[in-house]
Design a protein around this ligand. Sequence first.
Ligand SMILES: Cc1ncc(COP(=O)(O)O)c(C=O)c1O
Length: 433
Amino acid sequence: MRRNIVHPGAKSLSYAIREIVQVGYKMRQLGVDITWENIGDPIQKGEKVAPWIRQILHEIVDQEVSWAYCDTAGVPQTREFLASQVNSRGGVQITPDDIIFFNGIGDAVAKVYGFLRREARVIGATPAYSTHSSAEAAHSGYEHLTYDLDPRNNWMPDLDDLRLKVKYNDSIAAILMINPDNPTGTVYPMEVLQEVVKIARDHNLFLIFDEIYTHIVYNGCKTTHLSEFIGDVCGIAMRGISKEYPWPGSRCGWIEVLNRGKDQMFDTYVDSLLASKRLEVCSTTMPQLTIPRVMGDSRYAPHLKQRAATFQARANEAHAALSGIPGVLVNKPSGAFYVTVMFEPGVLSNRQTLPIANPKAKAMVEQITQGVANDFRFVYYLLGATGICVVPLTGFCCRHDGFRITLLECDDARRRWTFDTLAQAMREYLASA
Ligand SMILES: Cc1ncc(COP(=O)(O)O)c(C=O)c1O
């Protein structure tokens, strides 16, 4: 090429959750039966969308308007419905213009970081969810800035770490939180949330809260929305239907812009998000049309409650199966549908192995484990030996070794097998050298 055509942020675009799939596919070609535990797609893991939600979609398919473009910001009556839901919670009050639709939070993330001024940084948690961390790193051209979540304190944020990083790095313009969190499954208590708001207020930052899992909370935790505790700080809450209906293939999510009028620069920035969406015309229309009908239906609250109860039972099942292994730390999740398993420092080495019966898979694992991080090594051996495909924790912009599994498997026997096999594999691997 006459010019260098590669974006300076190109090397930051990594997504461990999907990258492991390529290895899984190769392993499958070699004859290994794969149990996909890498991706948070409830449908792929066997969940059936409730018949009444499907029925609403059938009816919407028959409306002509469903097939048309919609307003750039989204379908007006849906934005009105969502704004009134926010307002009914009694915190920050918004108008329908404060709701902007995107093709999933994934699209919102690309715009929110992509249209920030290059020198303006967003600090997020480590372990980090790759869509945010990669987009922020690509936008800035530097490694993603992070504050620590503490595995010994149920993955709560180290607020001193956050406070100091914000104080001494004036390029930081915003704090990101995912609540409930991916990959840890932690739900942040009000004291923590209020302290994060205080840090933002003290340093004149805005907040980005990814609330895609906000209605999947259990084990005694409660849903809290950013609008309820943000006070007068500017913020963006990200919501969607991928995990709730669940309908990840809808590619439908939205942002709620909070306290837009409180800061002129924030207001101009939000305008640029809408302007960038305008260049694409609009987001998917049909899923937006379902929202007032599905979320406004009297069956929706029981639907959410029943799903939360299901994930609670599975979280407790996973915790019971995976905890108690020396050198392994497992926190019980209270939201979303993931469990993060961490190996204590020093327990992994580059000599540990698992027996792999398939000779071709064994050869492949021996080859791809050369020079990789210790938790990637475990994950590849696990894949070759058992077919279970999990995501290494260091793939989440994280210095701790470990991996993430999901709570999504709907086949009870298969889920039980997965957790038990994982526990057995960890014991065997740790004892192997
Ligand atoms: C924290 C978080 N945010 C956003 C998404 C993706 O949301 P969407 O399907 O709306 O793009 C995911 C998907 O796993 C996620 O875990």
